[in-house]
Design a protein around this ligand. Structure first.
Ligand code: 4AD
Ligand code: MG
Length: 461
């Protein structure tokens, strides 16, 4: 007999005979002659109320049908006389699939702190909040794929194991098959290692995405990304997901347009498709959530050259707004980014044309010879969500820049081939998937939007 998911049962057109539902007991409430079980199977936020008559054969099983237990219930889906639900399941037959010892089951009826739930990732997705969060996470992936599918971008897969440090920031995890307890002599290590050379987990799929963009036109890659930055902040994870579109023939302007359209479209998609789940966050996590989302979807983003951003920040600094003084030629601090977005403009801000000295080698140098065609999208609360640029497509410029930065141009010879053969202006960006999810749900710690977060000194399972 086919199982009906709670979501479908709750959406039914009318009463139905012989419905089989399987799920976990959220709560059991006993009344005279009856018990009420709230059943959740993960298909939606809402539970299905099941009513069990104590005269039912097998009603003795009820004793073990406590919070956390898995059950199979068969019965009649009927209009519910009670408040709060249209239908309830009047149980005719039931089976206990798996007990949950009430003495040790970690979830109780009360609300648990995020910190406590973080210590039990094997259980926390069974709470209302985390179940909703991971459903939204799933839908947000679909939102991204459908956005690019509609625009005919090719979805490409770029390697996770790489020999390169794309960003040049050196925050790499080394990959090796050598036995660290019995290492060969230093000069032999690379040759004796699995790939016969140094290998790392990727910090960005960009460079290989550029290769594919320079053949397929518009592409995107979307996958896990690894950074060994030792920053224990609520916005950094060692393993996170990055979305990276890359467009041949596109300049920085088009790149900014794409990032803006994408963010607005993702927010609208989640508001449309996950209204019930999102409501939980607007009620219990961030009561200004919808206002903040409206701020982003209700009008164009501000586009602000870096130099102008520093002017604004310095003026604010004179009124003692910041811990760190904003200086030309330095990266913006989180407090600076938040000031621009949350105070100066009260809108998302795209800062562009950063000084070359603080950006990676591949960004296109501007006419002024000092700035590059870079852009960062800043959102309220989460700060930087997107980093991208127009890429340097001119062979001589690129080589000069790489040499200046001490990169081995031979190692990048394949990358330079894109500039040797049919080079074209092209642009792309990286969007931090967890940061977008944090922004959309109001959740303020990246450890919570990742079901199994990896951060410094922390690796569960
Ligand atoms: O600004 P980033 O470093 O850009 C790049 O890696 C480019 N190669 C992307 C490209 O042009 N194709 O990273 C892009 C975004 C950041 O804006 C941020 O949202 C996210 O990735 N991000 C992180 N998210 C979570 N944890 C971390 N440790 C992150 N580091 C970057
Ligand atoms: Mg960045």
């Amino acid at each position: 007999m086919r199982r009906t998911r709670v979501w479908d049962a709750l959406q039914a057109d009318g009463p139905q005979e012989n419905v089989l539902v399987k799920g976990w007991v959220r709560t059991r409430r006993d009344a005279k002659g009856f018990s009420f079980l709230e059943i959740n199977d993960g298909s939606c936020l809402q539970n299905l109320q099941a009513v069990v008559d104590h005269h039912l054969p097998g009603a003795a099983l009820l004793g073990d049908m406590q919070t956390g237990a898995a059950v199979a219930l068969r019965g009649q889906l009927a209009e519910s006389p009670g408040k709060g639900q249209r239908f309830e399941l009047q149980v005719g037959e039931m089976e206990l699939l798996g007990r949950a010892d009430p003495e040790s089951y970690p979830l109780q009826k009360k609300r648990h702190s995020d910190e406590f739930l973080r210590s039990i990732p094997q259980i926390r997705a069974r709470t209302n909040k985390y179940g909703a969060l991971y459903r939204i996470r799933s839908e947000l992936s679909w939102a991204i794929h459908s956005f690019f599918h509609q625009r005919a971008f090719a979805y490409v897969h770029t390697p996770i194991i790489t020999g390169l440090d794309c960003e040049g920031a050196g925050e790499l995890f080394r990959v090796t098959s050598l036995d660290l307890d019995r290492l060969p002599a230093p000069e032999e290590r690379e040759a004796r290692d699995f790939f016969g050379q140094k290998a790392f987990l990727t910090v960005s799929g960009q460079l290989t995405a550029e290769v594919l963009a320079c053949a397929l036109g518009n592409v995107y890659t979307f996958g896990p990304t690894f950074r060994a930055e030792n920053s224990n902040t609520p916005r950094h994870a060692a393993e996170f997901w990055m979305l990276e579109p890359e467009m041949a023939f596109a300049d920085l302007e088009e790149n900014m347009d794409l990032a803006e359209d994408l963010i607005v479209s993702c927010i609208s998609h989640i508001r449309r498709e996950c209204a019930q789940d999102l409501d939980l966050f607007a009620r219990f996590v961030d009561t200004s959530l919808y206002e903040t989302l409206d701020l982003v979807t209700s009008g164009p983003f501000i586009r602000l050259p870096y130099a102008q951003a520093v002017d604004i920040l310095q003026a604010a600094h004179r009124k003692k707004k910041f811990e760190y003084e904003p200086l030309y030629g330095q990266d913006l601090q989180t407090e600076h980014e938040r000031y621009l977005v949350e105070t100066a403009y009260r809108r998302p801000v795209i800062v562009h044309d950063y000084p070359q000295s603080i950006k990676p080698f591949y960004m296109r140098i501007n006419e002024d010879r000092e700035t590059v065609a870079a852009m960062d999208v800043l959102l309220p609360r989460v700060g930087e969500i997107v980093g991208g640029s127009q890429r340097e497509e001119r062979y001589d410029q690129l080589v000069a820049r790489m040499e200046e930065m001490g990169l081995n141009t031979e190692e990048y010879s394949w990358y330079l081939d894109l500039r040797r053969y049919g080079t074209v202006p092209h642009s792309g960006f990286g969007l931090g998937f967890e940061r977008l999810l944090m922004f959309i749900t109001g959740v303020h710690n990246i450890r919570d939007v990742l079901p199994f977060p990896r951060t410094p000194q922390h690796l569960q399972f």
